[in-house]
Design a protein around this ligand. Sequence first.
Ligand code: GLN
Length: 275
Amino acid sequence: MKTTEAVTLVATRLAAAGIDEPRREARMLLSAALQTDAAGLLACDDIDEACFTPLLARREAREPLAYILGKREFWGLTFATSPATLIPRPDTETLIEAAIAIFPDRRKIRRILDLGTGTGCLLLAALHEFPEAFGTGVDLSAAAAVLAQSNAAQLGFAQRAAFLVGNWADALSGQFDLILSNPPYIPAADLTGLMPEVKIYEPASALDGGADGLAAYRAVIAALAALLAPNGAAILELGIGQQNEVTKLVENAGFTATARADLAGHPRALVIRAK
Ligand code: GLN
């Protein structure tokens, strides 16, 4: 069939499966199935249904597009994805915007830490913006640490990043100028209400914030006194509605906290500094 017919067929089936942007996803799935790009897809005039049926069936089962394609853009960089980690999200780019805003003198930032690094997206985007920095990424999942290492190599940061397996800061010593973290923050009872892509396919360990959603914040904030360099900053991602509770934890630990909003206007990045 022709490209336009294939796009319409795939988009109709995706829409019936409850997917939000069916035509955009249809074009991306077809490009992946045909191992081509958007321009290559337009140039196809004889698409065999059998070649896209397997990928379409996966997406109809609500497997995230990023797992099917094996990659996702974050901060203009391409990250390999796998079910071992959370898929990078645009909201999380707010943490990089916050880092740039508070450290205009980019060359002064030398040591960056990312706790719960996943794909490595926060750490590697930060290394992209802070050219003199060396990055350390920690994840409890060995598979995540291996994926992040491979993303670092793919993006040309192999010489500027190290990844290790550990429980938050337990394996670390020393101080960092910039500490980033997108911790799991969904209250455990809310996990069952998440969209199927997240609930069924993304790792619960990257989402589950314990009974009140704040368990990981407590662990990360408790480690800051030892890890944060005197003029440094820690920037944590916030879930919806968590600004006040996390700010309280930060202030009780003796730091100041200021929030930065994401594009939807939600306080998304909490900037933590010494008083
Ligand atoms: N933003 C993710 C979601 O809503 C949650 C990520 C996290 O727990 N850090 O699915």
